[in-house]
Write a protein that binds this ligand. Structure first.
Ligand SMILES: [Fe+2]
Length: 398
């Protein structure tokens, strides 16, 4: 009898459980108002992967969704790890400020249950995002993810060092845990998925000596390397916000082509009220050495461009502490200038800060946290929040 009962429970479970693809996550490679990329990782390479989508819920009934797009197969070194394969469906011509419901997957390895996401409204509508970096996937990371999700961000800006796989082919279980956490805990209160805007960190690359970036970064590049033409890229959000997302020398030098691109891109965004830079290694650290060779080079190369083109906020990471700089210009404290915030403790254990504030900083604290950022046409509000919902620092820029 007991066996019959357990069989009945098992059958019920099988009838209601959806065989999701291995991972599903959202990124952008174009305007967040009208496009989104649905990234699908299947257990193995398969024939045809589709995304069925609609502005109305169809409760997972594939034939009922008004739109369908076939996801493109992207060959990657991830397949050498354990045969998992990556497919990306670019959804375009979406309605701004809408909710889209979708199902994604394939016949062999399974379709997801119905998921949803929101397109951004565009124009002058307020934008809310969370920022952090240096994550991992233990209970500390889960706690801070849950806290970030409570604020219903439109998207998340992750400043590198996500799964700490170090560009090693054998570390797929780290990415599995990272994606499982993201998908489970980073949902808006209505269940909508939260899209990612990411930059590369030092733990996304290995030390293998090669000119082929795909071999240096066999996970990050396939997973997140299509947000722009290169690993550094720009993303405009609405009328008032533009990100420049940079590579702190892991696959591309600070100077040369990347610096030329940065200058041209900041120039092109001159009429956008708020220009934000996102990258991994701090120019104005609160833990690492201000006079370190890489920090000095990054400051000399990017700093004058931030000054010239009025970058309002630079989002820094890597040091596993909380910090907010004073407004800085010309490598000195100024009345108006770029505010550098960070420094990447969105899950990793926080390191100790100095006993005294460094000359360029207004706040330094040893605390696991994220930044909540609210952007309107006229203002940028920054709040640093810890795992207990404590807002321990805030600043509003006009
Ligand atoms: Fe790092």
């Amino acid at each position: 009898m007991r066996r019959i009962l357990s069989l009945a429970v098992l059958c019920l479970f099988a009838a209601t459980t959806q065989a999701d693809p291995l991972h599903l996550y959202l990124t952008y490679s174009d305007a967040p108002e009208t496009t989104i990329d649905v990234n699908i990782i299947t257990d193995r390479k398969t024939d045809r992967v589709h995304v069925f989508y609609d502005v109305e819920s169809q409760n997972g009934a594939q034939s009922e969704y008004r739109h369908v797009v076939e996801a493109k197969y992207h060959p990657s070194l991830m397949e050498i790890a354990d045969r998992r394969a990556l497919y990306v469906a670019k959804l375009t011509d979406l309605k701004p400020g809408a909710t889209y419901h979708f199902v994604a997957g394939d016949k062999t390895y399974g379709y997801s249950g119905e998921r949803k996401f929101h397109t951004l409204p565009g124009g002058d509508a307020p934008i809310r995002f969370v920022n952090g970096g240096d994550m991992g996937m233990d209970n500390r990371a889960i706690g801070i993810l849950k806290e970030a999700a409570k604020h219903d961000p439109d998207f998340a800006v992750i400043g590198g060092d996500l799964a700490y796989a170090d560009g090693m082919i054998g570390n797929e279980e780290l990415w599995d845990a990272w994606f499982d956490n993201w998908d489970t805990f980073m949902r808006r209160s209505d269940g909508a998925m939260i899209p990612l805007i990411t930059c590369i960190g030092n733990h996304e690359v290995n030390k293998f000596e090669t000119d082929d970036p795909k071999l240096r970064s066999p996970w990050y590049l396939p997973l997140f390397g299509r947000q722009g033409e290169k690993v550094y890229y720009t993303r405009k959000v609405g009328n008032n916000l533009a990100f420049v997302v940079l590579d702190s020398g892991y696959l591309n030098p600070f100077d040369g082509e990347q610096a030329a691109w940065l200058e041209a891109t900041l120039k092109a965004h001159q009429d956008t009220p708020h220009r934000f830079a996102v990258y991994h290694m701090p120019l104005y650290p609160a833990f690492s050495n201000y006079n370190g060779a890489r920090q000095t080079l990054a400051r000399k190369t990017w700093g004058p461009l931030f000054d010239t083109y009025g970058v309002r906020v630079a989002f820094e990471h890597d040091d596993h502490v909380a910090k907010r700089s004073k407004p800085l210009k010309g490598d000195a404290v100024a009345e108006t200038g770029t505010v550098y915030i960070g420094d990447g403790a969105f899950g990793r254990e926080s390191r100790n800060v100095d006993r005294e504030l460094r000359w360029y900083n207004a706040m330094e604290e040893s605390v696991v946290h994220f930044w909540l950022v609210d952007v309107t046409k006229d203002s940028v509000k920054l709040q640093a929040i810890d795992r207990k919902s404590r807002v321990f620092d805030s600043l509003t820029l006009p």
